[in-house]
Design a protein around this ligand. Structure first.
Ligand SMILES: [Zn+2]
Length: 143
């Protein structure tokens, strides 16, 4: 993690049917998102995503590849560390074990694989984490 900048990590994980692993958050940033979390102080982003995915989804991560880094304005919703800008590291999960399930029912309505057409419906209705605007989903190749 870079000193003075809040950092988070997220990942795109697709099943063989090309459905995307998503979570639906009750709390800000509310709505549909790829699984994500804060990177701990001095934690490597790759280590962080291997920690966060099983914590949220019960899926164990095997092979990963870093896709990109993106600065995200989180001020529309707030960051619990009080930062307005995040550097978000984006990974693709190439292989994994397990089936998705809700691990934190207080935080998440559901955790599951979702077809792209259904993701598009959530975007259309604005039920999406505003930190992951449509452009990011498009850049990630989800849509
Ligand atoms: Zn933050």
């Amino acid at each position: 993690m870079i000193s003075g900048i809040c950092a988070s990590v997220t990942a795109v994980l697709r099943n063989p049917k090309d459905e995307v692993l998503v979570v639906y958050r009750f709390r800000n940033p509310k709505g549909l998102a790829t699984p994500a979390g804060h990177i701990k102080w001095e934690e490597d982003a790759g280590v962080a995503i291997r920690r966060i995915i099983p914590e949220i989804t019960d899926i164990t991560v095997k092979d990963i590849v870093r896709k990109k880094e993106q600065l995200i304005d989180v001020s529309p919703v707030y960051c619990n560390r009080g930062k307005g800008i995040h550097v978000c590291y984006v990974y693709e999960i190439l292989s994994w074990n397990g089936n998705p399930k809700v691990m934190k029912p207080i935080k998440h309505k559901f955790v599951r694989f979702m077809p792209k057409s259904e993701v598009a419906e959530y975007i259309k209705h604005g039920e999406i984490d505003p930190c992951f605007p449509k452009i990011l989903w498009e850049k990630l190749g989800i849509l």
